[in-house]
Design a protein. Structure first.
Length: 210
């Protein structure tokens, strides 16, 4: 089994229990959606959608896109997404190699994935996000990412130690500021929000393709 298949199998095993932590992710997911602000005529792709928390929050919003695709490498996680609005769908695929055409999205979101990845894999995911976003469009296409983060150096160090000591259960707590990754991938950051409270202190970044 290669590393990619092994990672998917791990998330398949965790899928039954993952819903219990969604309440901790909710503040950052809502902040991400506020920055993304998808409009009725737009298409959204959510990379590493997991159990679909972002899609479900967006489906309940007063304003939502005409089409949304939630992509995840774990079929087990996607099985827990639930019913979605007409025209929305899920897709089992690797965020480093998305089987969608160039310019498939007006908005790309990616929550709590990048901090799990090594630099080369982060670069691959962000390159795919850049490829998926519609070119031009008056600068309207946008990417919003969420990672675990803390402003204090000591807190970041504590989170990093926890993630390294318990990678299977706490690997997602690894702190990451992906600003430099975004710049290398051809994005210009437009907004930055730090959510310090809650079980998952988080960083929410909005960016546009340069």
């Amino acid at each position: 089994m290669d590393d990619s298949a092994a990672a998917a199998a791990t998330w398949d095993r965790l899928a039954d229990r993952y819903g219990a932590q969604e309440r901790h992710e909710l503040p950052a997911i809502d902040a991400a959606l506020a920055l993304a602000a998808p409009q009725p005529g737009e298409r959204l792709v959510d990379l590493a959608t997991g159990t679909g928390l972002l899609l479900r929050r967006l489906a309940a919003a007063a304003v939502r896109p005409r089409e949304a695709i939630g992509l995840d490498h774990s079929a087990g996680m996607l099985a827990r997404v639930g019913e979605l609005p007409a025209g929305w769908s899920t897709l089992t695929a690797d965020a480093r190699a998305v089987p969608l055409p160039d310019g498939s999205a007006d908005v790309v979101t990616c929550a709590y994935l990048l901090q799990l990845l090594e630099p080369a894999d982060r670069a691959a995911v962000l390159a795919e996000a850049r490829r998926l976003l519609t070119p031009g469009a008056g600068g309207a296409s946008r990417l919003v990412v969420v990672t675990t983060w803390a402003e204090g150096r000591l807190t970041r160090a504590a989170l990093d130690r926890l993630a390294r000591a318990r990678p299977q259960t706490a690997g997602g707590m690894r702190p990451l500021d992906p600003t430099a990754d975004l710049a290398r991938a051809g994005f210009e950051m437009t907004r930055r929000e730090v959510l310090a409270r809650g079980r998952f202190p988080s960083l929410v970044l909005a960016a546009q393709p340069r």
